[in-house]
Design a protein around this ligand. Structure first.
Ligand SMILES: [Mn+2]
Length: 299
């Protein structure tokens, strides 16, 4: 097969790994991205055609270790974001009930909220490695509680996160209030602003993150806009002076050893991705997530 994010044969079925797709964006909910972001997952699938079996940098062999399947798209309600969240939550309940670790392609970052509802229902409050240009902890955006700027606020309100095991990496840009990340810090999150990442390897940071996360369940949510728009322009809310793809890979590889129970790669928007490189980067980061999962064999 030429699409390595879809289905592959594996010799050892001890762990099922699922790449599931969902996307959601009724236009009234948010003006900063648009309906075209629904097609992010489709483009990531297209670009995943170039992915190969083995990771030359780490010698990981994910397809020899776990069963990987693309279980398709969540059938979202394009007229109703709240109903879309319900549909996503119910879909992921079934996914996690089977023991699968969902790797989700997006699409709108709103999806992290209903996914985490399903994940926390199974595992209890989870640690979170959140890589993003934006904190996504607004209470409301344009009068709406549900949107791609609010998912982690809703998660905290519902007790889905173990707040002392949350790190947000790459936050930057213009914001609505002074000390915009105070709310995150007041919840106990560690906030690593982009400025702290400039000119550095993030491998030492990830050693600290692993210590913070401990052995409990961890969810990884990677918004592609964490990367600099020079590398990943195909997204709805770009912010300059962001992370490099190298730093993105360091973060994901640095999650190896964690008890990962789910991952997502979100906010890829094909209309802004004129070269396809943003979706290609997303596909490769998803591959790196696959390699970082527990039980993956390394040569
Ligand atoms: Mn986001």
């Amino acid at each position: 097969r030429n699409n390595k994010l879809t289905v592959t044969e594996a010799g050892d079925f001890r762990l099922k790994v699922t790449a599931a797709l969902s996307s959601a964006k009724p236009p009234p909910s948010n003006i900063t991205s648009d309906i075209n972001i629904w097609f992010g997952p489709r483009q990531i699938r297209v670009e995943s055609a170039m992915l190969r079996m083995f990771n030359s940098g780490t010698n990981a062999a994910p397809y020899e270790s776990v069963m990987v399947a693309d279980i398709g798209d969540v059938n979202v309600n394009v007229f109703d974001l709240k109903d879309t969240c319900k549909r996503i939550r119910e879909f992921y309940r079934k996914v996690v009930a089977t023991g699968c670790i969902p790797l989700t392609m997006g699409g709108d970052h709103t999806i992290a909220y209903p996914i985490l509802q399903a994940v926390a229902e199974k595992y209890g409050p989870v640690g979170l490695v959140h890589v993003d240009a934006h904190a996504d902890v607004s209470d409301m955006v344009l009068g709406e509680k549900i949107g791609h700027g609010t998912p982690f606020r809703r998660c905290v309100e519902e007790g889905l996160l173990d707040c002392r095991r949350v790190v947000q990496i790459g936050l930057r840009g213009t914001v609505y209030t002074p000390d915009s990340y105070a709310w995150s810090r007041s919840q106990g999150f560690r906030v690593v602003q982009a400025e702290e990442c400039w000119f550095k390897s993030l491998t030492p940071l990830m050693a600290e993150v692993r210590a913070q996360m401990g052995s409990g369940p961890v969810y990884l949510s990677f918004d592609i806009d964490a990367l600099d728009p020079g590398f990943a322009p195909g997204t709805g809310t770009p912010e300059i002076a962001g992370l490099t793809p190298i730093q993105g890979v360091e973060i994901v590889r640095g999650c190896r050893g964690l008890n990962l129970v789910g991952c997502d790669l979100v906010e890829v928007s094909p209309p802004y991705d004129t070269t396809g490189n943003t979706a290609l980067t997303g596909a490769n980061l998803l591959y790196e997530m696959l390699c970082a999962l527990p039980m993956v064999k390394y040569y």
